[in-house]
Write a protein that binds this ligand. Sequence first.
Ligand SMILES: NC(=O)c1ccc[n+]([C@@H]2O[C@H](COP(=O)([O-])OP(=O)(O)OC[C@H]3O[C@@H](n4cnc5c(N)ncnc54)[C@H](OP(=O)(O)O)[C@@H]3O)[C@@H](O)[C@H]2O)c1
Length: 326
Amino acid sequence: MRLLVLGGTAWLGSFVVADAVARGHDVTALARGASGPVPEGARFVRADRTRAGAFDEVGGDWDAVIDVSRQPGQVRAALDALASRTAHWVLVSTSSVYADPSIVGGDESMPTHPPLAGDEMSEMSEYGPAKVACERAVLAAMGDRAHVARVGLIGGPGDRSGRGVYWPWRFAHPSTPDGRVLVPEAAHPVQLIDVRDLAAWTLDAAETRASGIANVGGATHTLAEHLAVARQVAGGTAVPVPVDDAWLDAHDVQPWAGPRSLPLWLPPGVAGLNSSSTARAESLGLRRRPLAETLADTLAWREAHPDVVLGAGLSDDDERALLAEF
Ligand SMILES: NC(=O)c1ccc[n+]([C@@H]2O[C@H](COP(=O)([O-])OP(=O)(O)OC[C@H]3O[C@@H](n4cnc5c(N)ncnc54)[C@H](OP(=O)(O)O)[C@@H]3O)[C@@H](O)[C@H]2O)c1
């Protein structure tokens, strides 16, 4: 397959490129090169998609394009330049397109945000609407020659967001000598898809010319099940200390991500943020490795890269102070 990856220098994109090269495809990746190198074996086209003529060096016909962009203007420019000479298009979108975060287990028919007006999102609050605009552009230009993967939380080796890293790492490195670890008591569902499984899905979708929209996420576990797996892969000796939503709220602990957070914890009313029905993708052949394998590999990655600054979790000092107060 002659494959063009728009991106390919950041996290998911580089796994897509590496897997495509390993499958024997003829792979080109187009990016600025600011996020990192393109994996070996692929041709690299250095270009800035915000500039006119960004696709001038991308000649010929393509069996598939895979695009990870969140900027509607970049997606429209790519389609203008390439749609007429591309057989199939895969857009990596997001479950953040859905407008109502309280719906748990909803399918692809859930209402989405209105599309972003304009070419470029400027802040994360515009991410969902921006991806809606990207989806609409791809579906309008390619019709049933397009696949839109509405992706849930991604985890696995290389996860700098820290959301999938914190729990196995924290259970392996408690902040107190007695091994206690502050955990949320909340019982909502959690879905985390391994970046390697998602890369494989995008390639499978390109190879099989999968059509239409599908939610693509990890298998559904409760938060307690997810934490139990994380504790186990970290050796199984840490002692969870469950705390309820009200206590966490009163002590200024943030949900989901960011500084001073308990990652993956969602307050009531937004549990649907991390639990869509993936039945359609499963019926199309979505393959997922066990969560334990993902979290074990994530922990191994973190142990090998202790200096990477993660975007989620409690610092040792914060956790010690919170445990002392509790
Ligand atoms: N993380 C999650 O949990 C999550 C959840 C749902 C969906 N997603 C989606 O999953 C995908 C993740 O993709 P990713 O990990 O590869 O990271 P990304 O940060 O979304 O990748 C952006 C890619 O586009 C390139 N790029 C950015 N601006 C450019 C420009 N002006 N011109 C040319 N290239 C440009 C970047 O390379 P250069 O900087 O080198 O140019 C990079 O390769 C995204 O579509 C994201 O929305 C993520």
